[in-house]
Design a binder for this molecule. Sequence first.
Ligand code: SF4
Length: 352
Amino acid sequence: MQTEDVNRNNEKLDLRNCTHGQLETLLAELGQPKFRAKQIEDWVWVKNATSLDQMTNLSKALRAELADYVTLGGVEEIARQVSQDGSRKYLLRFPDGVAVECVGMPSKNRLAVCVSTQAGCAMGCAFCATGASGLTRSLTAGEIYEQVMHVRDDFNTRVTSVVMMGQGEPMMNYDATLAALRRLNSPEGAGIGARHLTVSTCGVIPMIKRFANEPEQFTLAVSLHSANQSTRNILMPGVKKYSLIHLYDVMGEYVDKTGRRPTYEYALIQGVNDNEDELGALCDFCRGTLAHVNIIQLNEVPGSKLKPASPERAEEFVARLASVGVEATIRNSRGADIDAACGQLRQRMQEL
Ligand code: SF4
């Protein structure tokens, strides 16, 4: 790579989306030693610098020179909502104007962050505000990572876990998702343990197979929402082509290969997936497998006919699953008083 190539047509190297090798090459072209790359990466990935001027261990002259060749990305917070339970939901805008949501959920000595992997989503789940407006574009690894850093800096505390359960289907943006996971896991990044990094998918089977072969101990969550094929096809049309039987087999392979317990997410929807037939199908799907089921109280989406089932019904689901040997819990719904379901804040802002 020639420096002339880097800034021709204003095509600068994005420090949040370039490789270590690309940065080293640029610095070599500028007559700088290799260790400068590490110094710059520390500012980008650990200190979450938002401008070259913050990089005070680089000379002023070098910072000025670098400004001709590199950019730092950078998100702008354009809206936020704060829940009574302490959760904060942010709408962040990238330099090209695309906006996504992320959420910080504090609890004693912990900070969990939920991030988006795409702006919008093509999967079209019936209960989701994001799915209703389609896919705008996938995010880069740097953009996924930046959401975590934004929340960390806002709470001014260490992030202890990250879930990729915001807008988008992570498995449809696999390479960027994996690169972000690795950076979040790296001691030269956020240093979050792999088991505390969770990818949530609708069940994109080829990518679950690929994920099972990654060497890190990342955690997998699958949005199930129904173990009846016909109901699931209606709730989650984007994964219609992957049958539940196939999903069952692939999850078995995943467990055999990784030895890790996947989570199944099940948002309980009144009159849709909360009847006896659905409960029986869910028990059959999970019985005898290594799995944890999260029963979720549905967040109501304005304009949607789908309503949450009663808390009593959620308890009955947990008890019945336990009776067939399946571990299940009711997931504490965080931020119920804010637009906590993915896509709701973005939708709200678009309406203004
Ligand atoms: S629930 Fe997730 S996968 Fe489904 S449409 Fe919404 S963002 Fe996409």
